[in-house]
Design a protein around this ligand. Structure first.
Ligand SMILES: [Zn+2]
Length: 299
């Protein structure tokens, strides 16, 4: 029995690697508008057609030492990373849900999330059609599992997810003259709502925490570079106050923690207008990570 499990797991990993390879093509060509199926793979620099052994997921990157076989142009680390991510997440889906229809759906959602994350990170562009297809698959999944109740479950999630993200995006107008986030984020949140129902609230919170982990260090680095030492110092004090509050857990430390937090928030908001380049928040990757954490480790 255990042998069968590892046998299946092995082929799921291979499948993940091959799909990852395909996702790379989709990420690259959906942005350039090229056909996904027909043109054979070639080096974007020298245009030479790749040989068969240049197309093996991950392995080719290692064999070629990350350079084009013909012109020695560096190959983007995106290729092996996407392939490994697909392999890992397909394996997670299989380990979590076994041989079931849920595994197939989970693999499909993983695929959509990888492609949207890839294009968002690469060009700050997300194809909303992928989000819509993912949402429809979520509705179908819930109908299979719960019939008519499943539709209600999905619709609730779409409403909550879409609405919350749209509100956050439009809150951007309070401080600047543009949305805080792109329209794609609303589509993705709605699609995840169609999958997770009202649990989308937990997914959004996980996404928010994920984005904080990535955004805050960059934010404070920029503040530091712009010689905005006060915000940096406040950030450090805020972190210390949080640790002290967590250790002592009384009202005095909570009050101090809250006051420092408010001062920090005020200092950040005051400086928001002074930041020259508008920071684009790639929120789709954060949402994707939040959704995957929820899918594989919470439900
Ligand atoms: Zn080349």
């Amino acid at each position: 029995m255990i042998d069968t499990f590892y046998y299946f797991l092995f082929w799921v990993c291979i499948l993940g690697l091959c799909f990852g390879s395909f996702f790379n093509v989709v990420i690259l060509r959906s942005l350039s508008g090229e056909s996904i199926v027909f043109p054979p793979s070639k080096c974007p620099k020298c245009g030479n057609k790749l040989l068969f052994w240049h197309n093996i997921p991950v392995l080719s990157y290692i064999l070629l030492r990350g350079k084009c076989y013909f012109c020695k142009e560096k190959i983007s680390i995106q290729y092996p990373l996407v392939e490994l991510a697909a392999m890992l997440l397909f394996a997670f889906a299989f380990v979590k849900f076994g041989i079931s229809i849920t595994t197939l759906f989970a693999m499909f959602w993983v695929s959509c999330l990888i492609i949207m994350t890839g294009t968002d990170l690469k060009e700050q562009l997300v194809d909303c059609n992928i989000a819509i297809i993912m949402g429809i698959s979520g509705i179908i999944f819930n109908i299979i599992n719960a019939g008519a109740m499943g539709i209600a479950h999905s619709l609730t999630g779409i409403l909550i997810g879409g609405l919350i993200l749209e509100l956050i995006a439009r809150a951007g107008y309070l401080f600047t003259d543009s949305r805080a986030m792109g329209e794609a984020d609303t589509y993705v949140a709605g699609a995840l709502g169609a999958i997770f129902g009202q649990d989308i609230i937990v997914v959004l919170l996980l996404g928010l925490l994920t984005s904080m982990v990535f955004i805050l260090p960059v934010f404070f680095y920029k503040q530091f570079k712009n010689n905005n030492k006060l915000t940096c110092i406040l950030g450090v004090i805020f972190g210390l106050a949080f640790v002290i509050f967590q250790t002592l857990q009384n009202y005095y430390t909570l009050a101090i923690f809250a006051i420092i937090g408010l001062t920090l928030a005020f200092s950040i908001l005051k400086n928001l207008n002074h930041i020259e380049e508008r920071n684009y928040l790639p929120y789709v990757p954060a949402l994707a990570i939040g959704a995957l954490i929820f899918l594989f480790f919470i439900i």
